[in-house]
Design a protein around this ligand. Structure first.
Ligand SMILES: [Zn+2]
Length: 58
């Protein structure tokens, strides 16, 4: 049985996801969670960039 790289659970099927620029194989539950976290990280990064750009223009 394959083992999820994230929660260490043994699952029937693993899904490949991109995390920190690397591809890892995790279960479907973790794949969903990682995809969500990656989205949030991307969003907060652009918010920081907006703030910095705002400061730079003042
Ligand atoms: Zn998992």
């Amino acid at each position: 049985m394959p083992t999820c790289r994230s929660c260490k659970d043994e699952v029937d099927e693993l899904v490949a996801v991109k995390a920190d620029g690397r591809r890892i194989k995790v279960c479907e539950d973790c794949a969903e969670r990682i995809a969500e976290e990656a989205e949030i990280a991307e969003m907060s990064e652009s918010v920081v960039q907006d703030m910095m750009g705002f400061k730079g223009r003042r």
